[in-house]
Write a protein that binds this ligand. Structure first.
Ligand SMILES: NC(=O)c1ccc[n+]([C@@H]2O[C@H](COP(=O)([O-])OP(=O)(O)OC[C@H]3O[C@@H](n4cnc5c(N)ncnc54)[C@H](O)[C@@H]3O)[C@@H](O)[C@H]2O)c1
Length: 253
C-alpha cells in the first residue's frame, strides 16, 4: 500500500531556506509533496530550490529580508503567483549574537529582535489573508531552548525567542476559530552554521552556559526539527495549536 504525499501540491513558504534548519525544512516539505517557496537573505537559497527541482519536487526561490515588510510582501506575492495561496508557513530565519551585556552593541540587539521576532510577525501578517480566503493554514515558528530558560550572554537572542513563543500563542488564540493553527518548536543545539561558527566574547564564564549543552555534547541533526515542522504542518497534527514543543535532548525538562 502506498501513502499519498502528506502535502500534495500545497504551497509552503520556508524562511531561512538557504542554510541549516530552514534548508532541511524546505527539502523535507518538498519531499512530502509541497510546492515550496524558499526564502532567505542569502543567494544560496537558489541552491536549495535547485536541489528540490533536481529531486523532482516543486520549488521557487527568492531573496528576502524578513525584517522588512515590503520585501516580505514582494516575496510572498512572487511565490503565490507561481504556486497559489500559502497553506503552510515555516518561520525559520534567524540570527544569533553572543555578547556580555556591558559590552554589547545595541545594533546586535535590534537585529536579533528584527529578524527573529518581527520577521515571523511580518511573515504571518503577509500570509494570513490568503490562508483565511482559502480555508485555513498552518504556521510553525522556530523558537529556542535559549528562549525557554534565558541563556546567559544571549540576552537579545533569548528575549527574541521568548517573544516568538508568545507571538505563537497569541496568534494561535486569535485564529482558533478560523482554521489557522500556529505552533513553535524550541530546539536545543542543532548542528548548523549558526552553532558551528560561534563568536564567543572574551571573558565569558562558560559554566553559566553549561545547561545549554546536551549530555555527551550531543547535537541535533537539522532533519529532526525539519521532520517536526513537517508533522506540525500536516493534517495529522490537526488538533495541535498554541504549543511550543521542545526538541532539545531534555535540557529544558
Ligand atoms: N542551530 C541551533 O542550535 C538552533 C537552536 C535553536 C533555535 N535555532 C533557530 O533555528 C533557526 C535556523 O537556524 P540555523 O541553525 O539553521 O541557522 P543558519 O545560520 O544555518 O540559518 C539561518 C538562515 O537565516 C537567514 N537569515 C538571516 N537573517 C535573515 C533575514 N533578515 N531575512 C531572511 N533570511 C535571513 C540566513 O541567511 C541563514 O540562511 C533560527 O531561527 C535559529 O535561531 C537554531
Amino acid at each position: 500500500m502506498t501513502t499519498p504525499p502528506r502535502f500534495d501540491g500545497r504551497t509552503a513558504l520556508v524562511t531561512g531556506a538557504a542554510s541549516g534548519i530552514g534548508r532541511a525544512t524546505a527539502l523535507r516539505l518538498a519531499a512530502d509533496g509541497a510546492a515550496v517557496g524558499c526564502l532567505d537573505m542569502a543567494d544560496r537559497v537558489h541552491d536549495t530550490a535547485a536541489e528540490i527541482l533536481d529531486a523532482g519536487g516543486q520549488a521557487v526561490a527568492t531573496t528576502v529580508d524578513v525584517a522588512d515588510a515590503d520585501s516580505v510582501a514582494a516575496a510572498v506575492a512572487l511565490v503565490e503567483g507561481d504556486f497559489g495561496p500559502t497553506r503552510i508557513l515555516a518561520n525559520v530565519a534567524g540570527v544569533l549574537r553572543f555578547s556580555i551585556l556591558e559590552e554589547s552593541k545595541i545594533e546586535d540587539f535590534d537585529l536579533q529582535l528584527a529578524v527573529n521576532l518581527k520577521g515571523p510577525f511580518l511573515m504571518a501578517r503577509a500570509v494570513v489573508p490568503s490562508m483565511l480566503a482559502n480555508g485555513g493554514g498552518v504556521i510553525t515558528n522556530v523558537a529556542s531552548s535559549a528562549g525557554v530558560f534565558g541563556q546567559a550572554y544571549l540576552a537579545g537572542y533569548a528575549a527574541s525567542k521568548g517573544g516568538v513563543a508568545m507571538l505563537t500563542r497569541a496568534l494561535a488564540w486569535e485564529y482558533l476559530k478560523r482554521n489557522i493553527r500556529v505552533n513553535a518548536i524550541a530546539p536545543g543545539g542543532v548542528d548548523t552554521p549558526m552553532t558551528n561558527v560561534v563568536d564567543f566574547p572574551e571573558g565569558m564564564d562558560f559554566s553559566l552556559i553549561e545547561k545549554s549543552i546536551a549530555p555527551g555534547n550531543k547535537m541535533i541533526d537539522p532533519s529532526e526539527p525539519a521532520g517536526l515542522i513537517s508533522f506540525l504542518s500536516s493534517d495529522e497534527a490537526a488538533s495541535i495549536t498554541g504549543t511550543v514543543i521542545p526538541i532539545d535532548h531534555g535540557i529544558t525538562c
